[in-house]
Design a protein around this ligand. Structure first.
Ligand code: G3I
Length: 371
C-alpha cells in the first residue's frame, strides 16, 4: 500500500508503465527499473557482498542482486585476516566463490583490499621486525594478487593510508617500511597482476586537507613510474550533511591526475553520530537518543535522504566522463554495517532499498534523473 502511494505521487508511475515489462508471476517490486540498466551508459553500479549473498543461499536475493548491480566488492572476505589467516596458510575458498558468482552473473569484481592497517591476521600482531613485515607484505601481495590475475577487474591496492590532515597514518606498514610502502604496494601488485586496474581507496578524501595528502600520494606513485589507475572516494556520508562542493572539487582534481574516479562504499547514514568518517576502530556509547528510528524512518528524514541521493547522482551524472563506478556499501538497509557501527544493534537506513528489498523514495529520485 505504502509503495503504491509513493509511486502514484511521483513521475515514476509513467516510467513504470512505459519502461518495464511485467514479469509473469512477478511481485510489484520486481517491475521497478534496474539500477544498473538505468545508468548503463554512465557508470557501473556496484554493491558490497558477504558470503550468504555470493553463495546464493537465497534465490530471490540472487535475482535481486543480479537485476540491480553489475559490479561487486567483497565486504570482508578478501581482507588480509580472512584470506591469509596464518603465515603460510591462505583461505581462498570464499574469494574463489565470489569470482565464480561474478562470472556466472556477469558482475565485475573489485578486490578489496590488499594493504590495510585494519583486519590484519593475528600473526601480524606484535610483529616487531622490518624483515618480517616486509616478508608478509611481499608474500601477501604476490600470492593474493597473483591468484586473481585475469579474474577480477581491479584491486583497492592500499586502503585508508592517510590521516584526516593528509599526513600518513601510523600503521605497522608505515612504522617498518616507511612511507614508500604505498608506492611499493602498487609496484608489487602491478607485477603480480598486470591486467588488473589498481586503485587507492579512502574515506573523507574528498575533504580538502585529506584530498591534498591523497593527491601527493598519487603523484608520488606516478613519479616513481608505477601504475595507478583510479582513486576511490568511499562516500560514507551523513544525511543533510553531504559535502557536495568538496565532492565535485575532488572529482575534478583527481581526474586531472589522469585517474578514474569512483565512489566505492556509498551510504548515507541517518542516525546520530558525533564524528564523521569510517574509522572502524572508533566507537560511540549508546544512550537513550542513539537509536531513534527503531519503528521506522520519519517522513522528513526519508525525504532529506532522497534529496541527498538525488543531488549526489546529479553530480555523478554531470561528471560521468570521469566517474566510472558507484558502489553501495551493502544491498539493503537490513545488511548495512551501519546497523552495528559505531554502536551495535541500531536500526539504520542508509541505502536505496529497505529491509525487504523494496525501493525507497531515494531510489525513485535517483532513477528519475534519467527520465
Ligand atoms: O568473521 C568474524 C567472525 O568470525 C566473528 O565471530 C565475529 C565476531 O564479532 O566477527 C566477524 O568479523 C567481523 C566482520 O566484519 C565480518 O562480519 C568483524 O568483527 C567486523 O569488525 C567486520 O566489520 C567490517 C569492517 O569493515 C572491519 O573490517 C564491516 O563488515 C565492513 O562493512 C567494514 O568495511 C569497511 C571497508 O572495508 C573499508 N572502509 C570502511 C568500511 C566500513 O567500516
Amino acid at each position: 500500500m505504502i509503495q503504491i502511494k509513493q509511486i502514484a505521487t511521483t513521475r515514476m508511475a509513467g516510467l513504470l508503465l512505459a519502461g518495464c515489462a511485467l514479469l509473469p508471476g512477478a511481485t510489484f517490486g520486481q517491475t521497478i527499473p534496474s539500477l544498473k540498466d538505468t545508468f548503463k551508459n554512465d557508470f557501473g553500479i556496484g554493491t558490497a557482498l558477504h558470503n550468504a549473498q555470493f553463495e546464493e543461499r537465497d534465490p530471490q536475493t540472487t535475482q535481486f542482486i543480479v537485476r540491480h548491480f553489475n559490479m561487486a566488492t567483497p565486504e570482508n572476505i578478501m581482507k588480509s585476516a580472512p584470506i591469509h589467516p596464518k603465515w603460510d596458510t591462505y583461505n581462498f575458498e570464499p574469494a574463489d566463490r565470489l569470482v565464480e558468482f561474478g562470472k556466472k552473473h556477469n558482475i565485475q569484481i573489485n578486490g578489496h583490499t590488499l594493504i590495510w592497517h585494519s583486519q590484519l591476521p593475528a600473526f601480524m600482531r606484535g610483529m616487531k621486525s622490518r624483515d618480517s613485515v616486509r616478508t608478509f607484505f611481499e608474500d601477501h601481495i604476490k600470492t593474493v594478487a597473483g591468484r586473481y590475475e585475469g579474474k577480477i577487474l581491479s584491486w583497492d591496492v592500499v586502503n585508508e593510508a592517510l590521516n584526516e590532515d593528509g599526513t600518513m597514518r601510523k600503521s605497522v606498514f608505515l612504522d617498518y617500511l616507511g612511507d614508500e610502502y604505498v608506492t611499493e604496494a602498487f609496484r608489487l601488485t602491478q607485477k603480480a597482476s598486470p591486467t588488473t586496474e589498481l586503485y587507492y581507496n579512502d574515506y573523507n578524501n574528498e575533504k580538502p586537507a585529506k584530498r591534498a595528502g591523497c593527491i601527493a600520494l598519487i603523484k608520488k606513485i606516478q613519479a616513481a613510474g608505477v601504475r595507478i589507475d583510479g582513486v576511490g572516494i568511499q562516500g560514507h556520508w551523513h544525511v543533510g550533511r553531504v559535502p557536495f562542493k568538496d565532492i565535485e572539487e575532488s572529482i575534478l582534481q583527481y581526474a586531472a591526475l589522469g585517474l578514474k574516479v569512483m565512489f566505492t562504499e556509498l551510504d548515507i547514514e541517518v542516525l546520530p553520530r558525533n564524528f564523521q568518517g569510517a574509522e572502524v576502530g572508533q566507537r560511540m556509547t549508546a544512550n537513550e537518543q542513539s537509536n531513534p528510528y527503531v519503528n521506522g524512518l520519519p517522513d522528513a528524514v526519508q525525504q532529506q535522504l532522497a534529496a541527498d541521493y538525488e543531488a549526489l547522482f546529479k553530480l555523478f551524472l554531470k561528471h560521468k566522463d570521469k566517474v566510472t563506478r558507484v558502489t553501495f556499501w551493502g544491498v539493503n538497509d537490513g545488511n548495512t554495517w551501519l546497523n552495528n557501527w559505531p554502536i551495535r544493534g541500531r536500526t539504520n537506513y542508509p541505502l536505496l532499498f529497505d529491509r525487504s528489498n523494496q525501493p525507497k523514495p531515494a531510489f525513485y529520485k535517483v532513477v528519475a534523473l534519467k527520465q
